[in-house]
Ligand binder design. Structure first.
Ligand code: SF4
Length: 340
């Protein structure tokens, strides 16, 4: 056992251990359970780590376009996916570029393209052409892709097209739990995809989900250790949201405090990385996204890219999904002492 954690019984001792870089299982487990004043001290340490590495106190602002809702995956907590009956769409290039133009004129320079997991070559090629067009017309627009598991060749094509970053959460580091929540996938495969993404030159992001049915506190500790081991430049943590009508529709949502403590620990363990305050935090608890900023987040995603009539066709996590606006972020970012 690391020296700093010997006989650690108080929150102050746990915090001192974390400050000293002792990320033992015992310290992380104890920190995940902190509440009230102890939790505030944990958040303070997380903010201290963030502000040391990002002294301008500026959050990264992203705009998201949900380019397609077609998904061949089948996560048991999701309303989209191969077994669901819903109207499919793919935003075609001319309409897509109008959305990008609007985002660019709004002053934003970070574009997140999200879709269901669809490895059909025609779809991947469509996204690649969209990315090429964005880079041709707006070379200073940074493009983040979030398209799920693809083949190495497909990642290569998207990177060649100009994609800068790729988000692929592993969701849980427990292989049995992973197979339980994603019965058509394996954790090994997910981690291999993440490796390909990195090797192809993307700036990669990964992360976990807190509160999955069957997940233990020890699983979350292992998630934290895996994220640290992967040494990426972006990371995330979201609380579990069981979508209505999904197989897990009757399961409870993830616990906001545990998710926030996970975020604070991620920040303490990986101070230089970008970490979003996700819309799922707002869904599970009052002022969730503000609290995410107070727990060390430094990235926000505005849901202003997808056209109104298509938003309802992208019910990932929930049909009553929270879709944060610019005004919402201006208020909470200012309140958290940060800048957009
Ligand atoms: S969470 Fe994503 S990959 Fe899983 S079923 Fe939903 S859209 Fe598909």
């Amino acid at each position: 056992m690391p020296i700093a954690m010997k006989n650690a019984t108080t929150a102050d001792e746990v915090l001192a251990a974390l400050r000293a870089g002792d990320f033992s299982h015992e310290a992380l487990r104890a920190a995940l359970l902190m509440r009230g004043g102890e939790q505030e001290k944990l958040f303070e340490l997380a903010r201290e780590c963030r502000d040391r590495c990002f002294p301008d106190k500026r959050v990264e602002v992203r705009s998201v376009i949900e380019i397609s809702n077609i998904c061949r995956q089948g996560c048991r907590y999701c309303n989209m996916g191969r077994k669901r009956d819903y109207e499919h769409y793919i935003i075609q290039l001319p309409a897509f570029m109008k959305l990008v133009e609007h985002i660019y004129r709004s002053g934003r320079r970070v574009l997140l393209l999200q879709s269901g997991e669809n490895s059909a070559q025609s779809f991947v090629e469509h996204v690649a052409l969209c990315v090429e067009e964005v880079k041709k017309r707006y070379p200073d627009m940074l493009v983040i892709l979030c398209l799920g598991n693809l083949s190495r060749t497909q990642y290569h094509r998207l990177r060649q097209a100009g994609g800068d970053r790729y988000i692929l959460k592993f969701e849980t580091s427990n292989p049995e739990l992973y197979s339980h929540i994603k019965p058509f996938d394996k954790l090994d495969r997910r981690l291999t995809c993440l490796q390909w993404i990195t090797e192809e030159g993307f700036t990669a992001s990964t992360g976990n989900i807190v509160g999955l049915p069957g997940q233990t506190l020890d699983d979350i500790v292992e998630d934290l250790l895996l994220i640290k081991k992967l040494k990426l430049s972006m990371m995330s943590c979201s609380p579990f949201i069981p979508a209505e009508n999904s197989e897990f529709g009757d399961q409870p949502m993830g616990d906001l405090d545990t998710a926030l403590n996970t975020m604070a620990l991620l920040r303490i363990m990986n101070p230089h990385t970008l970490m979003p305050t996700t819309s799922a935090l707002e869904k599970v608890g009052h002022d969730g996204q503000y609290r995410g900023l107070m727990a060390g987040a430094n990235t926000v995603t505005i849901h202003d890219g997808t056209p109104e009539d298509l938003k309802q066709l992208f019910p990932i996590y929930s049909v009553s999904r929270v879709r944060p606006t610019q005004e919402h972020f201006e208020e909470i970012v200012h309140r958290a002492g940060l800048k957009m």
